[in-house]
Design a binder for this molecule. Structure first.
Ligand code: FES
Length: 140
């Protein structure tokens, strides 16, 4: 590739497609509100944090919004769609459990433990990676 052409490609990526790049992965305990606001079917960004908090029939779960393709934060450079998450940087899509629906991403989104306190307060332990099937049970 000619040197001028190569530099042009890099520049376009840094100004547009890669503008949402964020290598700041979540870590530590992160307050995530109250169970009262997280009904079955909930699937929403955690404001100000690169995380999704969700609840399905099996319980509560949380996962990163840092795309596994090239580290864009989907919360800033993507969206929640009907089936999960879409990354606008290069078009990757993930289902509601973080599995890849469409590349170029080749790996699923990382999940973290969710703690439920007796008073209903939720905390995402973003340094405690768990498997994609892990759920925090909600007492009935
Ligand atoms: S960073 Fe490339 S598709 Fe998300």
């Amino acid at each position: 590739m000619h040197r001028r052409t190569f530099l042009g490609v890099v520049s376009a990526c840094s100004l547009a497609a890669c503008s949402g790049r964020d290598s700041n992965k979540p870590s530590g305990p992160i307050a995530a509100g109250s169970l009262r606001n997280v009904a079955v079917g909930h699937f929403a960004f955690v404001p100000g944090q690169p995380l999704v908090l969700a609840r399905d029939e099996r319980g509560l779960y949380a996962m990163t919004t840092i795309c596994t393709h090239d580290d864009c934060d989907i919360q800033g450079s993507g969206r929640i769609d009907g089936a999960g998450l879409s990354c606008d940087c290069h078009g990757s899509q993930f289902d509601r459990n973080g599995a890849v629906r469409r590349g170029p991403a080749g790996a699923a989104l990382e999940h973290y433990r969710v703690d439920l306190a007796a008073d209903g307060t939720l905390t995402i332990q973003a340094s405690a990676v768990v498997g994609p099937d892990a759920r925090t049970l909600v007492p009935t």
